[in-house]
Design a protein around this ligand. Sequence first.
Ligand SMILES: Nc1ncnc2c1ncn2[C@@H]1O[C@H](COP(=O)(O)OP(=O)(O)O)[C@@H](O)[C@H]1O
Ligand SMILES: [Mg+2]
Length: 163
Amino acid sequence: MEKKSNEGSTMIKNEEKIVLKNIEDSKKLAEKLSLLLKKGDVVCLEGSIGAGKTTLTSFLLHELGVEGDINSPTFAIVLPYEGRDFKIFHSDVYRIEDEEELYNIGFEDYFRDDSLILIEWADTIIDYLREISDRLIRINIEASHDESRNVTIKWYDDRSVTC
Ligand SMILES: Nc1ncnc2c1ncn2[C@@H]1O[C@H](COP(=O)(O)OP(=O)(O)O)[C@@H](O)[C@H]1O
Ligand SMILES: [Mg+2]
């Protein structure tokens, strides 16, 4: 098997910017993303507290076929779900302080070709994520002065929600 190069793992092929006017727009974005996401992808949700990471993630899990309630993984760090087409791991790394903790919970085992992982607060461990995966899709959400949200999506390939 070919060894991953650092260059490859930091590659961004496509970057797009979207404005979400309200929660309904978060739901629409989740619908579009759900049609594009594939098993093996690592979806990084980034942005400060209150930005809308959990809101978008919950919509996305439902769009991907997860039924029932979605619990916060803040304490469990990773929670598994059965999606329509593949298994999904929902993670929140807010409480993670160093890479050793990730090692101790076997975090790398959740990066699998047959499932998808969604990681809230991914920006706090981004160097680690870049090292272990070359399939990062980075979704940054920023609240603006009004209710709206500015979203930047960086894809490692040429997928896009805007075209
Ligand atoms: N697109 C949006 N437009 C307006 N309000 C939003 C949007 N997304 C989320 N919110 C609201 O912002 C608050 C924080 O959202 P949440 O998803 O919990 O943020 P985070 O997980 O990033 O801390 C919630 O009250 C939520 O209803
Ligand atoms: Mg949250």
